[in-house]
Design a protein around this ligand. Sequence first.
Ligand SMILES: Nc1ncnc2c1ncn2[C@@H]1O[C@H](COP(=O)(O)OP(=O)(O)OP(=O)(O)O)[C@@H](O)[C@H]1O
Ligand SMILES: [Mg+2]
Length: 252
Amino acid sequence: MENKSTPYAADEIVVLKNVVKHYPLGKVTVEALRGIDLTLYAGEFAAIVGASGSGKSTLLNMIGCVDLPTSGSVFINGIEIGKQNDKELTQLRLYNLGFIFQTFNLVNVLSVFQNVEMPLLLQGHFTRKERLLRVDQLLDRVGLLTHRNHRPNELSGGQRQRVSIARALVGKPKIVLADEPTANLDSVTGKEIIDLMQEINNADQTTFLFSTHDERVVSRVQRVIPIEDGLLTEPDYNAATSHSNTRHTGTR
Ligand SMILES: Nc1ncnc2c1ncn2[C@@H]1O[C@H](COP(=O)(O)OP(=O)(O)OP(=O)(O)O)[C@@H](O)[C@H]1O
Ligand SMILES: [Mg+2]
């Protein structure tokens, strides 16, 4: 989807300008994000890292168009989300974003196949045959083709997370957002999940943005984005330099 209405370069897939998010809580206001400037480039494999309560999920929610900022701007693939109506935001989400959650968020009454198929049904323009091909291709890729008729509650945690990776990718999103994707997995399974996401990132150049405080994840990403009390603790190097791309803080 191309949009020439903003001055952003095509490979600046996510741009945040002075994003502030306040939550009213009784008589007080929680300042969850206090002015975030961030640029993510297509193909990055990056992690937002910070303590509990630092604003990681809030930041992912802003990028995922789950919620709107109190002030500031969020651009996804050049489109300013604050200027979209609900229908346009839904479309933006469907075609640009895939989500992976800590608790998998699969629908237990549906089969593995049906869970992965859901984004294609929402996109709405695939024939049954096309959906079958695409879903099975993704299930094969995450190693679960043999489990396509199982229900999520018949799978292990790692298998469930593989299903959610397949579901996140089936609509061919440009960005996959993952909120603590390994937090509910043992270390071996968590590593396998990171391996799988990295393999997909390498093969397809899909942009991945995680939140985590898991050292195993931090050491594997290409770029670490530290957050503390609703502020990024280092200036976003990508925003400051044009496109020097990755600062390697970990091994790939
Ligand atoms: N819906 C909400 N209403 C009120 N306060 C909220 C809401 N969501 C988040 N907050 C507050 O905003 C701050 C940031 O929360 P957030 O969930 O983004 O942190 P986090 O870094 O994801 O933490 P964790 O590692 O525990 O998941 C916290 O002080 C939290 O209590
Ligand atoms: Mg969180």
